[in-house]
Design a protein around this ligand. Sequence first.
Ligand SMILES: Cc1cc2nc3c(=O)[nH]c(=O)nc-3n(C[C@H](O)[C@H](O)[C@H](O)COP(=O)(O)OP(=O)(O)OC[C@H]3O[C@@H](n4cnc5c(N)ncnc54)[C@H](O)[C@@H]3O)c2cc1C
Length: 402
Amino acid sequence: MTSASADVLIVGGGLVGLTLATLLRQQGDSGEYNVAVVEPRPPEPPGATLGLRVSALSPASQDILENCHVWQNLPATRLGPYVAMRVWRGGGPDGSQSIRFDAAEQGLPALGHIVENELLRWELWQRAEALGVELLTAAELVSAQRDERRVLLEFDDGRTAEARLVVGADGARSRVREAFGLSVRRRGYGQQGVVTHVASSRSHQETAWQRFLSDGPVALLPLADGRSSVVWSCPDQRATALLSSSGDDFGHELTRVTQRVLGDLSVTVKPRAFPLVAAHAPHYCDERVVLVGDAAHQVHPLAGQGVNLGLLDAAELASRLIDQQSLRYADPGDKRLLRGYERARKPENLLTLTTMDLFHRVFDTGNPLLSSAGGAGLAVADRLPAVKRRLAAQALGGGSRV
Ligand SMILES: Cc1cc2nc3c(=O)[nH]c(=O)nc-3n(C[C@H](O)[C@H](O)[C@H](O)COP(=O)(O)OP(=O)(O)OC[C@H]3O[C@@H](n4cnc5c(N)ncnc54)[C@H](O)[C@@H]3O)c2cc1C
């Protein structure tokens, strides 16, 4: 039975938790924190073909991962850059209800990259290990107690750990959030995100395509191997029907609803579905505990922002903790520090959540008046540089390189 002791103990070795661990150990001077990560499901080495779960990562996320010295290790053959984004409602991507974003317009080489979640998690894991992060595997948090100076955690395999700060990076169903009595407001969209990869008869042109259907958006994201990743957000019933349809029928239906923008589409990977939820924790911190990523907020994937927001949380918290280290009696569990992090991150997370909610209400509720007004709104925004810049900034993850 091993007992661990750390300054900062991160529960959850997903993309956000591992990024935070790596950033905290990145400094390389003598004042480093001891960092441990608890993760019941360590990443597997990447397979020969692209994994099913991918994320559209913004330039801001790329910066953070470059700071971790992880982005540089991702093979170029598995990074799918996208240089344009085309969004439309009716009439096709060039029609009267459409908007277009170009990397060149933003002065960037790419608007972002499509990256496999497990490949990235694998690289982060290797990097964290090399930096001396203690990785506790096969353990799930079951209980937590705290006093003035530290937190004591107990795991399902009988191991225990103590830390000065516990970070809940354990995703939407955060056990840390629950164990420390932090509340969350959650609302299901009544939709599932159906994901698969497709081959297409026309090139994806390194462009992310998204059409707002009357019951949810469908996106085709360009993969490095020429295929596209599909994220089709649709009502539960339609998702069930899609999952039980044959590959051919799925492909035909997808070709039809995307108005043949990439020609004929054929499914190359068995589709899977994920329930779509909006959630936000009113408080991201309490005595010696703090939440990051999906444990603090969950957004609709229509603008692909969940990981991007989570990595910005990790960067903000890491930079505050590292600053704190220079103080004489540095305490990573200092409440003012944790509150400062919460104040810094909440507005952007809430703004994204509210914007995604608004898009969902306008386009996905089946109200034809609202959704054609939304379609017209896209065209108007396309012609208003200030509005377009604001939308692009949000899609680029804070709009600036960090
Ligand atoms: C269909 C779909 C498409 C998406 N596309 C995008 C996209 O294009 N771009 C984007 O930015 N975001 C996207 N997202 C959102 C993104 O996937 C999430 O926001 C992101 O994965 C959250 O990362 P996380 O590290 O906070 O949580 P998670 O990825 O959920 O990781 C949590 C980790 O904690 C571990 N854990 C859980 N419970 C415990 C416990 N009790 N003890 C210890 N460890 C525990 C888990 O094993 C896991 O490794 C999408 C989401 C969906 C559903």
